[in-house]
Ligand binder design. Structure first.
Ligand code: PEP
Ligand code: MN
Length: 364
């Protein structure tokens, strides 16, 4: 049910938190009115947090069950289907009692297999659609494990939400996207629709479009975005929320690209380019193999002369030279560093093996 439509992504929007009945209804009506005027941007689900897991105590922790009738009201007045976050069995029962259409499991809950299992057990026998956010830490197996637990409970309409990962280092994003993790999730669970929560990745308003577009270009099915009629006055996540109108403008700017086409000349041209890429990859493999053989020669020579494997000054020299060479060729510093660090670690591993083998008289 979370798959993208022909002409638009699967769209989930609504406030971070259900603050008051008037606020919940106002935003829902605003989004519904825009959906009617622009069917191309009609939202599929209305989100609002009822129980809010907050990092520090003292922040607004949601209205709890008393907000559930407000969402039922949204459905009665606008016809919009609703979704909320649940973090334990009791919240599942309460949500189902009030006719919430889709449940989502939050990032702080996905990290805990006990909590996920408790939710899975509470869901047995009710086939309500469930979305599973990535855990706060960059652990793909934990994410997959949570999806499996919910699937094992008999839930057939499952989806994954990518909301980014916590890091200690400050970055431009609130939660680092680490796109390689959802890309690998896609490869391992191709049948699971993937939705990007651009609001929690960004933590601000200015980058929302860039992240949403990047997700669509990676063939995501949908987007979950926090929308509030007075974002600056929001009781939670004020900095990242946008008005329904700004949300509508953002949706209008999105470009939906197809995964593939049956246009023959396009396919031929792309095939040709891919062939060239394969050739370059093979060349790179050969070069890397040659580099490792040189590292082994160096390892043997160092061993004979009783010299340690690692010389920090040499490593710094390699890196500095590579940054410069990379810049001249349009390669950015972080990539050059990541690539060369991997190559260097592999060289050290080859040299270590040589030294240890030659330490062992049986192998000499
Ligand atoms: C939310 O969607 O408002 C929320 C709390 O998200 P997350 O679990 O991604 O932090
Ligand atoms: Mn939020």
């Amino acid at each position: 049910m979370f798959q993208k439509h022909n002409d638009r992504p699967f769209l989930i929007a609504g406030p971070c938190s259900a603050e008051t009945e008037a606020q919940v209804l106002q935003i829902a009506h605003d989004l519904k009115d825009l959906s009617i005027q622009h069917p191309g941007q009609a939202i599929d689900l209305y989100r609002a947090g009822v129980w809010k897991p907050r990092t520090r105590p003292g922040a607004f922790e949601g209205n709890g069950a008393q907000a559930l009738p407000w969402l039922r009201q949204v459905k009665e007045e606008t016809g919009l289907r609703t979704t909320i976050e649940v973090a334990n069995a009791n919240q599942v029962y309460e949500a189902l009692k009030f006719g919430i259409d889709v449940l989502w499991i939050g990032a702080r809950t996905t990290v805990n297999p006990f909590s996920v299992q408790e939710i899975a057990d509470a869901l047995k026998g009710v086939n309500v659609p469930v979305l599973v956010k990535n855990p706060v830490n960059p652990d793909l197996d934990l994410w997959i494990g949570a999806i499996e637990r919910i699937g094992n409970a008999g839930i057939t309409q499952l989806g994954a939400i990518h909301r980014g990962f916590s890091t200690y280092a400050k970055s431009k994003f609130r939660n680092a996207p680490y796109w390689e993790i959802p890309i690998e999730l896609r490869r391992r669970m191709p049948e699971i629709p993937l939705i990007c929560d651009n609001s929690h990745i960004c933590g601000n308003r200015v980058d929302l479009l860039e992240i949403a577009q990047q997700a669509l270009d990676l063939n995501y099915d949908g987007l979950m975005t926090e929308v509030h009629h007075t974002p600056d006055a929001a009781w939670s996540d004020a900095k990242q929320q946008i008005t329904p109108l700004v949300y509508h403008e953002l949706c209008q700017k999105l470009v939906l690209r197809r995964e593939t086409t049956d246009n023959v000349s396009f396919l031929e041209h792309i095939e040709n380019l891919r062939h060239k890429i394969d050739e370059v990859d093979l060349e790179m493999m050969n070069l890397l193999a040659r580099r490792m053989r040189l590292a082994e020669d160096i390892g043997r020579y160092k061993k004979r002369n009783n010299i340690a494997i690692l010389q920090t000054a040499r490593w710094n020299e390699i890196l500095e030279k590579a940054y410069q060479q990379g810049r001249e060729r349009g390669l950015n510093d972080p990539f050059v560093e990541k690539f060369l660090t991997a190559v260097h670690q592999e060289s050290i591993a080859h040299q270590t093996k040589i030294m240890q083998e030659e330490n062992n008289p049986a192998k000499v």
